[in-house]
Design a protein around this ligand. Structure first.
Ligand code: PLP
Length: 421
């Protein structure tokens, strides 16, 4: 097929016309100079409702409620909002989810808490994989050093992710904790979380799921999986805005036996008693540390409302259709230029982004940005096409992949690499 085969345009138009969630796009702030935003898995677009909520917050909440805001709403917001994320997007019953610090810090606190659990006393291995996001690997390196534990590495296929059998192969009576991403940040591979959790429990280990690329894009069933702990970003598919705080989940039955390493007043049993010594709160509040980032918790509330209205099952259905269409375009337009697909082709094993590799992609990025086409570049040679189901249209995917093709053809002569397999 040629670069601008009209059949692609027709296919995109037909898919958009048949999309039951198409109306949700109007709920997002659009920017005129952006033709295709394909990075909603790194930073979701703002909703219009969030633009209003943030504008009103200063005069009506902060400005008029002042310190009373803490008693009226803010003190409980990390937990009430946590419950809402749990109900809408995590399959988590109330009292198990909190909104806390950055994902990195929440991960660290939960990892240290897990290692402190009496049920893994005497165990000194942490299972992780080389394909996980750097911060996850770095946090585990540091926590292992502090705890005198060692790391057991799994090496997943670059285009795939961690399988139950790979986990079984490293589990043993020394395993304290298994930490994996449900959806791999690079390939988009969806791991079988229920089965991996089951096998880890059979071996006596605890399991922590990183849900950064899952939450808001596909169904998660933490209670159903029997997961012990989880953490995830809110600025990706939950559109909380740059640096919005992460959530953490700790299974109710485990909370009482875990202590976390940053024992601040906001997680203590009676924060306003100003007592002489620390005692952890009885519930999930014990995983908080200091004064919560209320302003950072505003925007995600609007996206949660949209996900709730659409229903996470319908969000997933559109996500699969979007990534399938992206793969179809990639096969038609990019593979003939030597581009390689680095994401699963099986719909059930693919999250909401598609990664493609080519050595000339780094050189295409300035061209794409200048044309309002914004994918996510991952060194050394990967482009991630992140498709946020409620804000991305099929025609946006079409425009984006066509622009990538044009840019590759343009930089080809300079890099001498386009067209090579
Ligand atoms: C995006 C992402 C993070 C980001 O962590 P921050 O502390 O928010 O910077 C961590 N882990 C994974 C798997 C991610 O995809």
């Amino acid at each position: 097929m040629t670069a601008h085969d009209p059949s692609h345009r027709d296919r995109a138009a037909a898919l958009d016309a048949a999309d039951p969630l198409a109306g949700f796009r109007a709920a997002f702030v659009q920017s005129e100079d952006v033709t295709a935003y394909l990075d909603g898995n790194s930073l979701g677009r703002p909703t219009r409702a969030s633009a209003e909520r943030l504008a009103h917050f200063v005069p009506e909440m902060w400005g008029s409620r002042l310190i009373r805001g803490w008693d009226e709403e803010w003190y409980d917001l990390p937990l009430t909002l946590g419950d809402r994320i749990g109900a809408v997007a995590l399959g988590a019953g109330a009292g198990q989810t909190f909104v806390g610090d950055s994902t990195t810090v929440v991960l660290y606190k939960l990892v240290r808490a897990a290692l402190s659990s009496p049920r893994v006393a005497g165990r000194d291995e942490i299972v992780l994989d080389s394909g996980n996001f750097p911060t996850d690997r770095f946090v585990l390196e540091g926590a292992a050093r502090e705890h005198g534990a060692s790391l057991r590495w799994i090496t997943p296929e670059p285009d795939g992710g961690v399988t139950p059998d790979q986990v079984s192969a490293v589990l043993g009576d020394r395993t304290a904790l298994v930490v994996l991403s449900h959806v791999a940040y690079r390939s988009g591979y969806v791991s079988d979380a229920a089965e991996i959790t089951r096998r880890a429990h059979e071996a006596g280990a605890l399991v922590l799921w990183d849900l950064c690329h899952s939450v808001g894009a596909l169904p998660v069933d933490l209670d159903g999986w029997g997961a012990d702990l989880a953490a995830g970003c809110t600025y990706k598919y939950l559109n909380g805005g740059p640096g919005s705080p992460a959530f953490g989940y700790v299974r109710a039955g485990l909370q009482g036996e875990l202590t976390q390493p940053v024992q601040g007043w906001m997680g203590s049993d009676a924060p306003f008693e100003m007592g002489p010594t620390y005692a952890p709160h009885a519930g999930v509040r014990r995983f908080l540390s200091g004064t919560p980032a209320i302003v950072g918790m505003l925007a995600m509330q609007d996206m949660l409302g949209l996900v709730e209205d659409a229903g996470i099952a319908a969000v997933r259905t559109k996500s699969v259709a979007l990534t399938r269409f992206a793969l179809e375009l990639v096969d038609d337009l990019l593979v003939p230029l030597g581009v390689r697909v680095a994401s699963p082709r099986d719909d059930d094993r693919r999250g909401s982004h598609v990664t493609v590799d080519h050595d000339a992609f780094a050189a295409t990025l300035p061209l794409l940005w200048a044309r309002g086409v914004i994918p996510d570049f991952r060194r050394p040679n990967g482009l991630r096409l992140g498709l946020s189901p409620l804000s991305t249209s099929f025609d946006e995917v079409r425009a984006g992949v066509e622009a990538v093709r044009d840019a590759l053809v343009e930089v080809g002569p300079a890099t001498g690499r386009v067209g090579e397999p």
